[in-house]
Design a protein around this ligand. Structure first.
Ligand SMILES: Cc1ncc(COP(=O)(O)O)c(C=O)c1O
Length: 421
């Protein structure tokens, strides 16, 4: 069939063409090496690796990031391979690929593959910890008050079942500085304290917690630590060998720009004897803790392999450069927004107290209407926060965004604050 006949067939049948992804998706060979000081042109070439339309400015990395072309292509190729020949013999190589992802995860977080469980997301990772640690009546768990439900409601619900007590450490706004939290935790610890759980970077207003220092205070007193890394994994150049938590959780679909329904749980060697696995089934991982903790039954191994591709993609660009870029874009937003009368920024302007999650109250505007207008009229994707507690708009830019998009976002907010939505 020639091209013209093919086009006619499509026109008649109304069918959606099955486009070969290698023709339609960007390819990593087009990505130039990262210069020592990457300029806007370089970051535009990073942007070209994603399939988002050029006019769409996605400022919602804290919620869900797009996968790059190389990740999509890996998913497609591996899935096609599996579906062309679903025999166990053919699928053996997928198990090798999954173990390769474990190695890449270990390198990425600077730990060893024996300590890595590939889960389905941060929610699952957090819950494997709160269900698996041996806590009972009389034990205390300290939490920062501003945690995601998977690290807050989960602890409260399990406290009801297992009888332990949950104590919240208040989270004042604006961020009072890392020392404040180190002191607050140190003061709140009692002989009953068995575990401290914090969010590394909050999804609400983007507060960064002094994870390393809090983990040190806990370790010196024999207390376990869970660091919820949903908002730092793939954004910050996280080094778990330096932070030394007992548990660290993350999701592939957020800042790492990986496939959906993949995540990570790191379990330190010293914590491994102190936690029970919650799910026992077939097909666990092959090394270390994954042999007991990763038997979740049949998995989507092509997606797990694509998760590794996402980590390679970020490593190729440079993780420190990615963190720097996302921080710079956020600083540009802060600079622009603070000049607009009526805008109240909830996120700390101090570089060591925030990263790339920025929340603000846009005057008296209805945030849902504003967010709808930003998306429909200005092609800007963001998140909203309702209620009484630090309500507003959340922008979370990542390495695929550009300075022009930050200018557009600031100009749009100014326009709506001046003229209404
Ligand atoms: C701090 C934090 N923890 C956990 C989660 C849950 O992530 P997931 O939905 O990928 O399980 C989120 C999601 O936004 C989050 O921001």
């Amino acid at each position: 069939m020639n091209r013209r006949e093919f086009a006619r067939l499509l026109a008649f049948s109304g069918a959606v063409p099955f486009v070969t992804p290698s023709l339609a998706w960007p390819s990593a060979d087009k990505l130039p090496p990262t210069p020592a000081s990457p300029d806007e042109k370089f970051w535009m070439s990073v942007r070209d690796q994603f399939v988002m339309p050029k006019d769409l400015a996605m400022l919602n990395a804290a919620n869900l990031c797009p996968s790059s072309g190389p990740v999509l292509e890996t998913m497609y190729k591996m899935t096609k391979d599996m579906d062309q020949d679903p025999s166990m013999d053919n699928r053996a190589k997928l198990g090798d690929g999954r173990e390769n992802t474990r190695k890449l995860l270990a390198e990425f977080l600077r730990v060893t593959p024996e300590d890595i469980v590939i889960t389905r997301n941060t929610s699952e990772s957090n819950n494997l910890v709160s269900t698996g640690v041996d806590l009972k009546a009389g034990d205390e768990v300290l939490l920062t008050a501003d945690n995601h439900p998977s690290n807050h409601t989960a602890w409260q619900e399990k406290a009801k079942r297992f009888g332990f007590t949950v104590i919240d450490i208040p989270v004042p706004n604006p961020h009072p500085g890392g020392d404040y939290y180190v002191q607050a935790f140190t003061k709140a610890i009692t002989p009953k304290t068995k575990l401290i759980s914090i969010t590394h970077l909050t999804s609400t207003v983007g507060d960064v917690f002094p994870a390393k220092e809090i983990c040190k205070v806990a370790r010196e007193r024999g207390i376990l630590t869970l660091v919820d890394g949903a908002q730092t994994f793939g954004l910050m150049d996280v080094d778990l060998s330096d932070i030394q938590p007992d548990f660290y959780s993350g999701s592939a679909h957020k800042w790492p720009c990986g496939p959906k329904e993949n995540g990570v749980l790191y379990i330190s060697k010293s914590a491994q004897p102190k936690i029970w696995a919650s799910i026992f089934s077939a097909y666990p991982g092959r090394v270390g803790v994954s042999r007991t903790f990763e038997g979740f039954g049949q998995r989507d191994e092509p997606a797990m392999i694509a998760f590794g591709e996402a980590l390679k993609f970020q490593t190729q660009i440079g993780r420190a450069q990615i963190e720097k870029r996302s921080r710079e874009l956020t600083s540009a937003l802060i600079e622009g927004l603070r000049k607009i009368d009526g805008v109240k920024i909830w996120t700390s302007p101090e570089a060591d107290r925030r990263a790339a999650v920025l929340s603000f109250q846009p005057g008296n505007l209805d945030v849902r209407k504003l967010s709808a207008a930003l998306y429909q009229k200005d092609r800007i994707g963001c998140a909203t926060r309702g209620g009484q507690d630090r309500a507003g708009i959340r922008f979370s830019p990542h390495f695929y965004n550009t300075h022009a998009e930050m200018d557009r976002a600031v100009a749009a907010i100014k326009k709506y604050i001046t003229a209404g939505v």
